[in-house]
Write a protein that binds this ligand. Structure first.
Ligand code: ATP
Ligand code: MN
Ligand code: MN
Length: 653
């Protein structure tokens, strides 16, 4: 072709800010000609063009303000520094008035969006993984240079003859260092992201935006990871995110009828709404589902980097190759018939569902709720209880923990119950259990031992919740089919001088006994060999994934829970119940979700309480705050129950 590049000193844009040793920056007008337009974007028109005899794409930006001109120069400077096979390469520019143009290698239409939604291309899983992998490499390259793209979506991914992707459209790309400097203030004050984000079809671009961007935080490389995940999932399912439709125009109409900008934003940010995954039978490896879900985690820090993504995709690719003697499993078109009207918002109130369930199961005869198996002797030790709690969403966007404190379980005044439920895959199971478990405990009558009562409360709540869920799915109040929410649960029952703690999962309860931590629970997690063995025996796979042992396709870390219908009965709701007799040696009980125990040891918990004013609510708050400060990324719920009278002197602060 032979485009001549002038010597570097003179190869500059009109302002002198853009320079390059390899890319000519002011072409003689005679060397190029614009042919027909390929696309009219919001900020530019892209033409098929000829440059020095070669077919190229010419991007002619709309430059109406001086700010637009600044952006053009910024983009050009940035593009001059990029050279990677996974990027649409800038080959030349004309950066002088009156014609501002950027020339790129030409890629035959359609772009990836049109390929999926106009041509209705259904790539094989291998093809999707190959595209994802190439794209991840291009993004890793950008991130190493400190550049974030900020507009990853199929419409900005161009394909060559061999279906290799090339990332285009650097209209919003920026060096991370500049984003920090520029964006925060004017973005927050204007209420809009900077950089020409405000497009007519706002919902259409919203669907790729990470929750932190929708909350108007600054864009980081992890926000690119999020958009990457949405795009790859779109390629796997073939449908426009948040719709069940393939054809783009139609899908966007439906999308905009279903959600306003605010509704979609709120659902993504606060309710953890994400596009539907491909169906399990589509042949998509579970590892790929898991990767996509981690890439769109609400917490940017939990999303893998492109380095990790490339490694994981490599492994997935090897697996696919080794099983390639089997016919490849294309994500078939007939799948569309199966992807029924997914509605993603579950409007049900699960607290109410839990209450209703208890009401329905209430026995009609008046129950004389006397707990058997616990002696009533006047000589026995009488603990004096005071309790308090604190619950915080922490760094998560949604709160999936719930808890209850029930001072009068029965007619007798010496019976108390406390419980914490830590939800996963949504808060539904935790909400349901927070009403159903105490409701059940209230109903148990004469002859039931506390141990049986607790075990039954867990098991019945689990069955009821799963039945309820299926019922609502059948009645179409919940249209999401592959949704299996669950929760871990810990419940303490104090019956006179006896303490019973039932646990299923990784919440924890400890007693402070003679000043030392006395565990009242064991963690039921897949990294515990006994639990792992039990789950495997019950027929569900436990695999080492990324950093730990995980159960089944859902990659759950816990091995017991309420809910999780897809993992039953292996992931059982049957609790382990530990019983102990309380004495004067027992100072207090601390129960908490794993958000606390992840970062604070049992010993530290006791010493923090020793240092805190002896008021249970304050102690709970202090522990949760300390956990957050120590970097806990999870929801945190703490209940502290003092078991001895707290002296007035200690309570005053
Ligand atoms: N090098 C290229 N070769 C072929 N087609 C291209 C090329 N670059 C862009 N296009 C086509 O033009 C469309 C718009 O390009 P681009 O995204 O760069 O413009 P834009 O004005 O920034 O659009 P947007 O509305 O996405 O911001 C692309 O979706 C693609 O279809
Ligand atoms: Mn674009
Ligand atoms: Mn753009």
């Amino acid at each position: 072709m032979g485009l001549e590049v002038p010597p570097e000193e003179s190869n500059r844009c009109v302002r002198g800010c853009c320079r390059s040793a390899t890319i000519p920056l002011h072409l003689p007008p005679a060397s190029f000609s614009l042919l027909s337009p390929i696309a009219r974007g919001s900020e530019s028109t892209v033409y098929e063009a000829r440059l020095g005899g070669e077919r190229v794409a010419a991007k002619k930006p709309v430059l109406s303000t001086s700010e637009d001109l600044d952006k053009f120069h910024y983009q050009l400077q940035l593009l001059c520094e990029l050279d990677h096979p996974g990027l649409a390469k800038l080959t030349a520019a004309h950066a002088r008035p009156p014609n501002y143009l950027m020339f790129f290698d030409f890629f035959e239409p359609p772009n990836l969006a049109d390929k999926i939604h106009v041509e209705e291309w259904s790539p094989s899983v291998q093809q999707v993984v190959a595209i994802a992998s190439d794209l991840a490499k291009a993004l890793q390259y950008l991130h190493i240079l400190g550049v974030v793209h900020r507009d990853i979506k199929p419409a900005n991914i161009l394909l060559d003859k061999d279906l290799h992707p090339h990332l285009a459209d650097f209209g919003l790309a920026m060096f991370q260092k500049d984003i920090k400097r520029v964006s925060v203030e004017n973005w927050k004050s204007s209420g809009k992201p900077t950089g020409g984000f405000h497009k007519k079809n706002m919902v259409g671009t919203l669907i790729y935006m990470a929750p932190e961007i929708l909350r108007k935080d600054i864009h980081t490389e992890k926000s690119d990871v999020y958009s990457f995940a949405i795009s790859i999932n779109e390629l796997l399912t073939g449908v426009v995110p948040y719709t069940d439709l393939r054809a783009e125009a139609q899908a966007h109409t439906v999308l905009e009828m279903t959600y306003t900008e605010q509704q979609l934003t709120a659902a993504v940010v606060s309710q953890g709404l994400r596009p539907a995954l491909a169906l399990p039978k589509s042949g998509v490896p579970l590892a790929l589902f898991s990767l996509i879900q981690r890439c769109w985690d609400p917490d940017p820090e939990k999303r893998p980097s492109f380095g990790n993504i490339i490694d994981e995709l490599n492994i997935i690719q090897k697996h696919l190759v080794s099983s390639a003697c089997l016919p490849s499993s294309p994500v078939s078109k007939s799948q569309n018939d199966n992807i029924e009207a997914h509605r993603y918002q579950e409007a049900l109130n699960w607290f109410t569902q839990g209450e209703l369930f208890i009401k329905r199961s209430e026995k009609s005869d008046l129950i004389e709720n006397v707990w058997s198996g616990c002696s009533i002797e006047s000589s026995e030790y009488h603990p004096t209880l005071s309790w308090g709690s604190f619950a915080t969403c922490g760094r998560r966007e949604t709160m999936e923990d719930t808890h209850f404190m029930l001072p009068h379980v029965s007619e007798e005044k010496d019976v108390f119950a406390f419980g914490i439920f830590d939800g996963h895959r949504g808060s539904a199971a935790a909400e349901f259990s927070a009403r159903a478990v105490p409701g059940y405990l209230k109903q148990f009558g004469r002859g039931t031992s506390p141990i049986d009562a607790l075990a039954e409360a867990f098991v019945r709540t689990d069955i009821a919740f799963r039945e309820e869920l299926i019922l609502h799915q059948k009645s179409k109040r919940i249209v999401r089919k592959d949704w299996h929410p669950g929760c871990t649960a810990v419940t303490a029952l104090v019956v006179r001088n006896k303490l019973f703690v039932a646990n299923a999962g990784d919440c924890r309860a400890i007693l402070s006994r003679s000043g030392k931590p006395f565990p009242m629970t064991k963690d039921h997690v897949a990294s515990c060999p006994k639990e792992r063995e039990r789950v495997i025996k019950a027929g569900i796979e436990v695999k080492w994934q990324i950093d730990t042992w995980r159960v089944g396709a859902a990659a759950l870390q816990v091995t017991r829970s309420i809910g999780d219908d897809d993992l039953k009965p292996a992931v059982t709701a049957q609790p382990e119940v530990i019983e102990t007799a309380l004495s004067d040696d027992d100072e207090f009980l601390v129960m908490a979700s794993d958000g606390l125990w992840d970062v604070i040891s049992n010993e530290d918990v006791l010493s923090i309480i020793k240092d805190t004013v002896k008021e249970p609510g304050m102690c709970s708050k202090r522990l949760a705050t300390e956990a957050a400060e120590r970097g806990s990324k999870d929801n945190i719920t703490v209940i502290v129950v003092f078991l001895r009278p707290v002296s007035t002197a200690e309570r005053i602060y």
